[in-house]
Design a protein around this ligand. Sequence first.
Ligand code: PLP
Length: 421
Amino acid sequence: MYLGLDIDQKLVEMADEAEKELAPVFKKYEQTSLAIMAKVIKAFGDCRLASPDFAEVTGYGYYDGGRDKLEQVYAQLFGAEDALVRPQIMSGTHALALAFFGLLRPGDTMVSISGRPYDSLTTMIGISGKSKNSLIAHGVNYEQIDLVDDDFDIAAIVNRIKRGGVSLMAIQRSRGYACRKSLTIEKIEKVIKAIKAADPNVIVLVDNCYGDFVEDREPTHVGADIIVGSLMKNLSGGITRTGGYIVGKKDLVWQVSERFSAPGIGKDLGANLNTNREMFMGLYYAPSAVESSLKTMTLASFLLQKLGYDVSPTPLEERTDIIQTIRLGSADALVGFCQGMQKGMIIENFVVPEAAPMPGYPDEEVMASGSFITGSTIDLSCDGPLTEPYICYMQGGITYSQGKLGILVALTNLLRSNGKK
Ligand SMILES: *Cc1c(COP(=O)(O)O)cnc(C)c1O
C-alpha cells in the first residue's frame, strides 16, 4: 500500500528515481506551458473577454458574440487568419471530414505525405471499408507518400508536385495507430517550405490531433494553410465537453464552414448554447493539462523501459504529441495492460475493459478510460487496435498527481499479472 492505494513499493522507489532523472525534461515542459499560457492571457485580453460572452444564445445563433470571440482567440493562438470552433463538431474525425470534403472537389488529388492516415480516416477517405460517402466515392483521387526513417520523403514529395495535378497535401503530426515517430514542428516546417517552393497553390493540411500545445509553435506558425483538431483531446483541458476546431487561412476556413453548415451560411450561424464558457475555460486549463500529460507519459516511459518494455518515445526523447506507445506483442498482453490501466482511472476504475468494434475503425479496439468527459483522451487513458504488433497507445493525465498515481496502479497490476504467467 502507498498512500492507501494498491501500489507496489518498488515502483514508488523507481518513480522517485525517475523524477530526479527527468527533472530537466519536466522543466522544459513547464517552460513551454508558461509560454503558451502567456499567449492565452494575451488573446483573452485582446478580444476583451468578459462575463457577458458566456451568456447562452439560442436558435440560429445570431449575435453570439462569445462564439465569435472564441474563434478569434483560436486564430490568434495559432497564428492564423480565422477559425471554426464549434460544439456541433462531434469528434476529430468529423472535423477532418469537414475539412477534406470542404476543400476537395471531384477530380482533385490529395496526397497523404505522412504515410497511411489514422484508422478512422481510412474509412472516411475510402481506402478501407465501403462507405458510399467516402472521398474516393465522391471522385477524389487519393495518393500516399510514405515516411522514410520517420521523416518526410521530400524528394518524392517535390517530384510528385512537379508532375502536376495535386490540390492538397495532408500531414498527420501524431503517430496515430502507426509504428512511427510523431512529426515535430521542425520537420513539418521543412517539408512545408519545400512544398510551397515547388508550388505555392498546393494546400497543406495538418491533422493536429494530440499535438496541440505540446510545442510552443503550431503547424500554422510554420506555413500550414489549415489545421484540424479534436476538443476531446489536448485543448479540452479536461473541461470542454465536446467539439472540434479548424484553423487557418480565411478563405479555406470559410469553405470548410460551408460544408459544416450550408453554402452561403458558413460560420455566420450556429448557436453555441451555453458552451462558450467551458470552451474558453478549456483553453485556459489546456497548457497546464498538456504539461501534466507530458510529465505523466514521460514517467510512464521511464518506468516501462526500466521494466524491460519497448517504449516510444524513450524517456529523454523530444516530444511533439502526448502519445506514449508500448509494444506488448500479443492480444492478451494488450487487453491485460488496458485492464490494469483501468484500475488507475479517476472514475469507473471497477470496470474491466474488453476489445470491441468501434464506429469508423477497421479493427477491434480495446480502451481504458474513465473521465468526466466520455472518451476524453487528455485524461489518463490508453487504447490499441487488436492487430499486430499489439501496441498500446497511452495518453493524458490532466493533473500530474492523478496521472502518476494512475500509472503506478496500472504498473502494479502489470507486475502482478507477469508474476502469474
Ligand atoms: C484522435 C485522432 C483523430 C480522430 O479524432 P476522434 O476525436 O477520435 O475522432 C484523427 N487523427 C489523429 C492523429 C488522432 O489522434
